[in-house]
Design a protein around this ligand. Structure first.
Ligand code: NAD
Length: 297
């Protein structure tokens, strides 16, 4: 029997619809601002995709395309200005940044309340303590994908392969918050297959093409493939992509996300929802003018 395919586009579509509906209910249109330095082709195309999706769900915003020669001080000044601008709901700095710029200094300068990538240490702390956070987009997108397909998480044994700050660790926090029993495996984990075989929900985020083989999967498990590796170029000159999960896993698992077309579309959709979430919180925190004008007794 072949695993059910948990396709990303319908789940991402539902997420985008939610972002569109919630954005339309706000007094002011949310704005997503993206700062990009230089002309790295991958960054240019990621930012263009974000801009396109923002337009699709009715968000405003600006791409601040700066020259590669922009100094760290100039970048920090722009971030400060956008942090202070009440029209800006979401602000992200596209990575990687040119050498000579301290990425963590720059990311930490973004206001945590506008940090729609969810990378700021304040958001990391909020995530782990259960306070309202802006969650990192890929892990939050994985949870949304599982919810869309009705995959239960409470009490389930989840094994995540990968412990990065942008995928593995925040995903562990989100799964814990959904009452899963969570194990994180990584490059130094011993007897990985024995561990992954215990998973009801197995999440692969190692960046190693086809490295999760059928012997590593419990029959009936749900397998989420976050990995995306470029493994060559097609005859048409397009990148050939592979996930972390070997295609034969489909013979063992109950359900499986494809690559491409699985988790990928969820990430950008979650970014749109995060922008709306940030706008909702920021706009709710504003004192309405008519109240601000009333003199205190
Ligand atoms: P990373 O390189 O920062 O982390 C990889 C993790 O995998 C590390 O924690 C490492 O310990 C673990 N690992 C590596 N080899 C291993 C092995 N043999 N056994 C067990 N663990 C091993 O990568 P990342 O940024 O977390 O990304 C992981 C993958 O997910 C990449 O393929 C990346 O392209 C993809 N990704 C996809 C999306 C998306 O939108 N779909 C978003 C982010 C990352």
């Amino acid at each position: 029997m072949s695993a059910a395919l948990l396709a990303g586009p319908p789940a991402a579509g539902a997420l985008l619809d939610e972002a569109r509906t919630r954005a339309a209910q706000l007094p002011r249109r949310p704005e997503l601002h993206v700062i990009r330095l230089g002309e790295d082709p991958a960054s240019v195309s990621y930012v263009a995709l974000k801009e396109k999706k923002a337009l699709e769900v009715g968000l405003g915003g600006v791409v601040h395309a700066l020259p590669e020669t922009t100094t760290q001080a100039e970048l920090l000044t722009l971030i400060e200005r956008l942090n202070a601008d009440p029209a800006v709901s979401g602000l992200l700095v596209q990575l990687p940044l040119p050498t000579g710029i301290d990425s963590s200094r720059v990311l930490n300068a973004v206001s945590p309340d506008k940090d729609v990538d969810g990378f700021h240490p304040v958001n990391v702390g909020r995530l782990w303590t259960g306070a309202p956070a802006l969650p990192p987009c890929t892990p939050a997108g994985v949870i949304r994908l599982l919810d869309f397909y009705g995959v239960p998480l409470s009490g389930q044994r989840a094994v995540i392969v990968g412990r990065s700050n942008i995928v593995g660790k925040p995903l562990a926090a989100l799964l814990l918050a959904r009452d899963a029993t969570v194990t994180i495996a990584h490059s130094r984990t011993r007897e990985l297959a024995a561990l992954t075989r215990q998973a009801d929900v197995l999440i692969a985020a190692a960046g190693r093409p086809h490295f999760i083989t059928p012997e590593m999967v419990r029959p009936g498990a749900v397998v989420v493939d976050v990995g995306i590796s470029r493994v060559g170029t097609s005859a048409a000159g397009r990148a050939r992509l592979a996930g972390d999960v070997h295609p034969d896993v489909a013979q063992v698992a109950d359900a499986l996300t494809p690559v491409p077309g699985g988790v990928g579309p969820m990430t950008v959709a979650q970014l749109m929802l995060n922008t709306v979430l940030a706008a909702e919180r920021l706009q709710a925190g504003e004192v309405p003018q008519e109240l601000a004008d009333v003199p205190l007794p």
